[in-house]
Design a protein around this ligand. Sequence first.
Ligand code: ADP
Ligand code: ZN
Ligand code: ZN
Length: 798
Amino acid sequence: MIAEVIVDVAAHPIDRPFDYAVPEKFQALTEPGMRVKVPFGNRKVLGFITTIKETSEFDPKRLKPIHELMDVVPVLNGEMLELAQWMKRQTVCFEIDALQVMVPAALRAKYEKRFVLNAAIEELPKELHPYFGTRDFVRAQEAEAVYGLMKKEMDKGTVLADTNIQQKTGVKKIRMVHITDSTEDIENISIRANAKQQLKLQEFFLKHVGQSFESSQLQKQAGVSLPTINALAEKGLANFSSMESYRDPSLLTAIEQKIALDLTNEQQTAFDAIQSSLNTENTFLLHGITGSGKTEIYLQTIAQVLEEGKEAIMLVPEISLTPQMTIRFKERFGDLVAVLHSGLSAGEKYDEWRKIQRAEVKVVVGARSAIFAPFQNLGLIILDEEHESSYKQDDSPRYHARDVAIWRSQQHQCPVILGSATPSLESYARAQKGVYELLALKNRAKNQPLPEVHIVDMREELRTGNRSMFSVELAEAIRERLARKEQVVLFLNKRGYSSFVLCRDCGTVLQCPNCDISLTYHRASERMKCHYCGYDEPVPTTCPECESDHIRFFGTGTQKVEEELAKLVPDARVLRMDVDTTRNKGAHEKILSAFGEGKADILLGTQMIAKGLDFPNITLVGVLSADTTLHLPDFRAAEKTYQLLTQVSGRAGRDVLPGEVYVQTYTPEHYAITLAKDQLYEPFYEQEMAMRRASGYPPYYYVVNIQFTHEDLMTVSGYAQQMTEYLRHRLSPKTIIIGPSASLIARVNNRYRYQCLIKYKNEPKLAEALQQLIKIYRSDWIKTGATLSIDMNPTTVM
Ligand code: ADP
Ligand code: ZN
Ligand code: ZN
């Protein structure tokens, strides 16, 4: 028996499986999808078995043997192994990275695999008895000599494979009582007439023949104590087992079950279209304005899929995986839902994953990596807020959950629903071409009007002498809500390193003369730089357009806003939500629920409050500066601004009370802002597509971003130069190669970063050229400490 193994060795120039001999003692258990320890060079490394075969092109006697099995049952199934190969080609990553990303984090850390006794020891062959001794489990490593026998028992179900995750919480065990399924036995048992408790329990058993109860539940429901249960068990009417209880990840108790709402006509039309292709690989783009009832359609479609005996994956961006969202799913599907969110410990996530693997749940709600949920019988995949950039992983494997979803839908012949109020340009363009089927919801489900959006020209404010970050109008609106005891959300549009120079008199933002991209302010050198082409110039003292000297670096923190707010409305209760206040586990939820319970008047925060907020008492949303995203040196800047403004506006007036939105900006005439005002998506799409076509960006062109880092500036720029030359020779003349140039953040942790951008429409030689590049890197440059990353279809090119 020979196993093909993908090994975890970063410095090997070739990414392919290696053949290993499977020792006799492992053969009964060994299967593809298991992890192993194998010798490689002079060390032992981790690897995944991808194939089992009988012959090798190498001399079988000289093959090295597998050293250890890390799993006793596969962690990945055949579909996942195939998916890894596809991801390797699609995202240009190493197969090992693709395999690792599908395995729950807990299994990548320290854990112990065991065989657990699942029957009386007597049912097992004698040879196995000593292994269990007095315990009901044995560490798999200690039982290597009897893997063959164990495998037979596992197939029978008398032994289970288990994984013991080492963590503080530990595994909670609960004691189960199983009532006999013989009514006769229960009736015929002899109980003394004065044993009232036992008689009572006998009655109860008669009503619940063959059922199982948690011991504590049984005591409560039957109104008896444990000794009584033990007494009847001794008489043979019940037996016990202990069951591992899952660490319950939900903060929720006793969720009321809710039934489906009556769909509106628009919802019904969309629902029908999806329902009629439940067994096809159709991809739907569900374009519905905020509050149009997309989630209700998801819920009802999922219900349909469950009825057919299939499973569903529901992806949401991490940021909108709020308790509110979780509750909506638990209300409909109860215990059939597993929720995977970042607040869970590795062990808790593993518990959820195990429920999926054992098919104990039918629906998984989770962020990006939930797309790898090992369901065997998938009936539907949904990506809510499909435009969100968090669906793309930003380190290797740089996969996009949307692509993986479509791949899996083809394997399972099931539909994908991409939902958004502001679809990505790529997806909308595909819908226009008929690659996706477009479904539209143009009205809000409860017919509430969209909030009224006011655009405030901050240049005017300055002209009239207001130097505060709050316009007169917004300040007035805030005071009004406070007086009416309604709630306010203030949104500070801020990205960590986005800093540009803006003229506060005319709104001019310094642009690169070569690239149509904002120049970035570099504080250390006091210079303006273009990170695409490397152009740079000193920070100007007067505006090149209007010669005003009110031109300066732009950017504010939430803390500063909080201080100003305290001066503006001293009595208001303010909650601040940003990276600083949400560092601790559960902090995000706590702030949101405090706000939901009316414990504050104003919620002030960054992008993390843009989504998911659904509180009826919010009637005012203020966007302090729409410009921050707009002037990002990124081709998606306008798209991101439009999406953000739409999302934030959607937070106001979601219930009975009408909502109002104030958007403060120095560029009030920009189409991303004027069109977001009335959620006019199509005109925005048309205009933005024209820009993309003119400047040669997606969806008209494909883009690849290649980045090098190294401690030494000369070394990294040298590699980047060589690489760019190499690509220019290899790729066709029509393909555009920009760079190399220093990255936006030119140095991180004392490592210099260089990048180059490939833009192409059709480039058959790309895959081969990139593979060659990786080979050169892995066999040569890597030794000097350089890193290389290749990002296909990047969500941002910063
Ligand atoms: P979206 O996901 O498009 O933002 P939601 O599904 O969250 O929209 O719906 C917005 C609000 O409208 C929610 O409060 C939801 O309960 C309600 N809603 C959705 N569909 C219906 C319906 N058919 N009848 C009544 N209320 C609905
Ligand atoms: Zn100016
Ligand atoms: Zn430039």
